[in-house]
Design a binder for this molecule. Structure first.
Ligand code: 13P
Length: 252
């Protein structure tokens, strides 16, 4: 059985001061989530990682939103995987559509990051998803399949089951226009089918596939009731403690 996974993505929000307030108010949620066999966490800006982790400890998952694939070197402004490991971070979002759009992040580059994270025993949360243009041109499956195939290049079957995938259609991110639960299920099932072709059913059935895009407390349950949707990656609704808490309580 795949455990449900509820992850927030703060994006470029919250100063350290604000992050600490959130962490204090949210730190007890992990226990409640675990009691219901749900893993819960937040992915936060680099600068918030240490203070948030210090308060939350191991109650909730605390993850990064990006990393570099090389261990060290002359890459001004970047943060390496050993740096994250050193502060006790073992989860990292890779290939969010905002990074693909504004920072030229390609699936090939994501693949290098995924391989490097896996080599370090960490959990990549690999994002995929199509633009409105691709969606309207019926190109979604071809586009997402390519993102998955490129992202998983040279990933062994053993490691593949450790990757979390987040299907996030770009047209549903921050727009309030979420994909229907049927679309989310269809796409998560499709992604699982690709994984089954690559690694066999046993491995594919282990991989957790999340839906993301305007997930709110009032619609999260619909998504998570779908067979192939194992959780959610949540932007806006993970920023306020109240709605973050409701994401969990509305699942119970
Ligand atoms: P919203 O929940 O704000 O639509 O953002 C989704 C997202 O991009 C999570 O990574």
């Amino acid at each position: 059985m795949r455990r449900k996974l509820l992850l927030g993505n703060w994006k470029m929000n919250k100063t350290v001061t604000e992050a600490k307030v959130f962490a204090e108010e949210a730190k007890h949620l992990g226990k409640e989530a675990r009691a219901h066999k749900i893993d819960m966490g937040v992915c936060v800006p680099y600068i918030d990682l240490v203070p948030v982790k210090k308060i939350i400890k191991n109650s909730l998952i605390v993850g990064a939103e990006n990393c570099h694939y090389l261990e060290k070197g002359a890459y001004t402004g970047e943060v390496s995987i050993p740096m994250l490991k050193d502060i006790g971070i073992s989860w990292c979002i890779i290939g969010h559509s905002e990074r693909r759009e504004y920072d030229n992040e390609t699936s090939e580059k994501c693949n290098l990051k995924i391989l490097a994270l896996l080599k370090n025993g960490m959990t990549p949360v690999y994002c995929c998803g199509e633009s409105l243009e691709t969606y309207e041109a019926n190109g979604t499956k071809k586009f997402v399949e390519e993102q998955i195939l490129k992202g998983f290049a040279n990933v062994s079957a053993e490691d593949a089951s450790k990757v979390v995938i987040a299907y996030e259609p770009i047209w549903a991110i921050g727009t309030g226009k979420s994909a229907s639960k049927e679309i989310a299920e269809d796409m998560c099932a499709f992604i699982r089918k690709i994984l089954a072709k690559l690694y066999g059913r046993r491995v594919a059935n282990k991989v957790r596939i999340l839906y993301g895009g305007s997930v709110k407390p009032n619609n999260i349950r619909d998504y998570l009731l779908q067979d192939n949707v194992d959780g959610a990656l949540v932007g806006g609704a993970s920023l306020e403690v109240e709605s973050y808490k409701e994401l969990l309580t509305n699942l119970l």
